[in-house]
Design a protein around this ligand. Structure first.
Ligand code: NPQ
Ligand code: MG
Length: 387
């Protein structure tokens, strides 16, 4: 059993401009912040991404809160320690409540490190298979309905085979109808990011005849019970995203009939290991899953591609090509869309992509290096680049 001692940890708070603002029901961002976690040991380097952003819009976490949790509570339990598997890491931070994005980021780095130590790809370590994974694209709320139809046309021309559009009250039925009218046969789904309540779910029911693949997270981010009431009124499958933080939540949703599909994101559920547990539970209960996206850099993207190659990931994920979000990705090779609407799964050791460290430094607005000797090298915090 290969184990690795963590000799050094690096934490970077990064900020990168998006190729275009991304608007959802909870706000709009044109600059993406996040954290990159680096674990070094036995001459190897493992990379992980904390998908929290500047604002607590998607979940209660931000880049700052997850920095604090890693710096004050998780890194002290990891630095200088030896790990043979990620379950050992899960045990090491068990006393930390919540903060799945911080846990997922350092866990992904350990997966990368252990896979490299064993000379296997992350795909193989997770039990995935296949050379490619089907992907789609998530389209933000556009200035108007016509602009949305044109944006969708452009993505279809790029080769995406599944379209997801963001909706919110007032930008829902007309938008979804216009896209369906323009493209009668495409795989189409919508994502509300919890913008509706049962009281105003009439708009959701008005989309029930658009042959949508699914309606994602219409109700509150902490709800499973009311989603079951809404699902019983819909022909279209509800897909839960924000509501599902664990395999236990997946079981509640299945037992209550709250959804028929689940969007799995390592950052939301506390890591790739729990993501695989949810995948396995859903496989046993006939619930197809797909890999959601959190506007990751190529570091998080590579981990998502490996995860999405597990057998019950039946629907195209939101793991779009690097150039959907970034002018330049901080990994090479960047992820490029294949003509058949798939991404190729890296086969090299670990995440199978190389981090462009010079570019990473340019995106870094704050960095801390941790060593067991207690020496801590702190660079002066940079400023958030003006938008
Ligand atoms: C979702 N992701 O499936 C999330 C929404 C999301 C690809 O739709 C910064 C700005 C971070 C916008 C994280 C996609 C974000 C963001 C997630 C949107 O619900
Ligand atoms: Mg979602």
């Amino acid at each position: 059993m290969t184990s690795v001692r963590i000799e050094q940890i690096e934490l970077r708070h990064i900020s990168m401009p998006l190729v275009a603002p991304f608007e959802t029901s909870f706000g709009s961002e044109s600059e993406r912040e996040g954290l990159i976690v680096t674990l070094r040991g036995d001459g190897l380097t493992g990379w992980g991404e904390v998908v929290a952003s500047h604002a607590p819009g998607y979940s209660p976490e931000t880049a700052q809160t997850e920095w604090h949790i890693l710096h004050d509570f998780i890194i002290p339990e990891v630095l200088g320690k030896e790990f043979a598997d990620v379950e050992g890491l899960e045990a090491a931070y068990r006393s930390v409540r919540g903060h799945p994005m911080a846990k997922a980021g350092i866990q992904a780095a350990l997966y990368d490190l252990l896979a490299k130590a064993q000379g296997v790809s992350l795909q193989k370590m997770l039990g995935g298979s296949g050379e490619t994974v089907k992907v789609g694209v998530s389209v933000g709320i556009q200035p108007g309905t016509e602009a949305l139809v044109e944006r969708v046309r452009a993505y279809l021309a790029e080769g995406y085979r599944r379209i997801k559009i963001k909706i919110k009250p007032g930008r829902d039925v007309a938008d979804a109808e216009a896209v369906r009218k323009a493209f009668p046969d495409i795989l189409l789904q919508v994502d509300a990011n919890s913008a509706y309540t049962l009281a105003d779910a009439g708009a959701i029911e008005a989309m029930d005849d658009l042959n949508l693949l699914l309606i994602e997270q219409p109700l509150a981010e902490d709800d499973i019970f009311d989603h079951a009431k809404l699902q019983s009124r819909l022909k279209t499958a509800i897909c839960l995203d924000e509501s599902i933080h664990s395999a236990r939540h997946a079981r509640w949703a299945q037992e209550l009939g709250a959804c028929r599909i689940i969007n799995i994101k390592p950052g939301r559920v506390g890591g790739l290991r729990e993501a695989a547990r949810i995948h396995d539970f859903c496989a046993e209960h006939g619930i197809p899953v797909w890999c959601g996206g959190m506007l990751e850099t190529g570091i998080g993207r590579a981990a998502n591609v490996a995860l999405a190659s597990l057998p019950n990931f039946k629907l195209p994920g939101d793991i779009s090509a690097s150039d959907r979000y970034w002018k330049e990705d901080i990994v090479e090779p960047a992820f490029a869309l294949n003509q058949d609407g798939t991404l190729t799964v890296p086969t090299g050791p670990g995440i199978g992509v190389t981090v462009r460290e010079a570019l990473l430094e340019q995106a870094t607005i704050r960095k801390e290096i941790y060593r067991p000797t207690g020496a801590r090298v702190v660079t002066f915090p940079g400023l958030r680049k003006s938008p």
